[in-house]
Design a protein around this ligand. Structure first.
Ligand code: HPA
Length: 277
């Protein structure tokens, strides 16, 4: 069982975490740009910096300081990733998805992914929240390439409903009950780190993408492979390249995401509360 290098590394990381805490999370939350301060909504039980876990990928992006936070959102046990690594940082794709796999191994049944993205759909505005209903993965390496570990999941996993319908319904209901406006759409991951060209954005729109970013899709693939229930919300931090006459820059993307943070946080909290029951 579990004799690939990827699996061995994963289990070493699980062991390292288990030396610090025996906390059993039900929901795993990956915090994207703008939700970095979400930890203030958590009754914290324990924290572990990624740097304390031997071999664990550590983010190099400003605003992505990395640690796991264990605790409760209302009475739902959660593990929260404050900061994530991106493929463009140079890590192998198996390291990029290692944290999602680790949270599954710690017991999480649900993976709640959040991110900031560029809006492609003409109806979207900067600051909108988008419920992710599906994804396009064709532009990033598949994290399941290489020998399959049957202990993680099957060789050819179904991808028909990666973003579970029941979790989408929970998020819709949480938004409605709390008067939080939101959009819905398909998220496409590109490697980055350069933003897209206007021609690339037109091409992605033709393909059916509503938003574009540099994370999330590979994590969703790895989590789905392991049988996790996945859901996600994207904060449209800007309209994508060529849709306005403004050039894109990371600081402004970050600031727009920060501005949407209170509603974003409320939607995550109210959704997680429902998922815990
Ligand atoms: N493109 C890619 N990633 C992003 C963007 C964008 O416009 N905005 C935030 N993340």
């Amino acid at each position: 069982m579990g004799n690939t290098e990827v699996y061995k590394k994963l289990m070493q990381c699980v062991e390292a975490v288990r030396k610090v805490t025996d906390f059993q999370p039900k929901v795993a939350i990956t915090l994207g740009s703008g939700l970095g301060d979400y930890a203030s909504n958590i009754r914290v039980v324990s924290e572990i910096s990624y740097s304390e876990i031997k071999g664990f990928p550590v983010s190099t992006v400003p605003g992505h300081a990395g640690k796991f936070i264990f605790g409760y959102v209302d009475d739902v046990p959660v593990v929260c990733m404050k900061g994530r690594v991106h493929y463009y940082e140079g890590y192998p794709i198996t390291d990029v998805v290692l944290p999602a796999r680790l949270m599954r191994k710690l017991g999480a049944e649900v993976l709640f992914l959040t991110n900031a993205s560029g809006g492609i759909n003409h109806v979207f505005k900067a600051g909108d929240l988008m419920l992710i209903t599906d994804q396009i993965s064709c532009f990033v390496p598949n994290p399941l390439m290489g020998p399959n570990d049957d202990d993680l999941g099957t060789r050819f996993p179904d991808m028909s409903t990666v973003y579970r319908k029941d979790l989408q319904d929970i998020i819709r209901l949480a938004a409605k009950e709390n008067g939080i406006p939101f959009q819905e759409g398909v998220y496409c991951q590109l490697t980055g780190p350069s933003f897209e060209s206007p021609a690339e954005i037109r091409a992605l729109r033709t393909m059916g993408a509503d938003a574009v970013g540099m994370s999330t899709v590979v994590e969703a693939i790895a989590a789905n492979h392991m049988g996790m229930k996945v859901c996600g919300i994207s904060c449209i931090s800007n309209l994508a390249a060529g849709m306005t006459d403004q050039p894109l820059n990371h600081i402004e993307v970050q600031e727009a995401a920060d501005k949407a943070a209170p509603l974003f946080a409320k939607l995550v909290t109210e959704s997680v509360k429902k998922m815990g029951h």
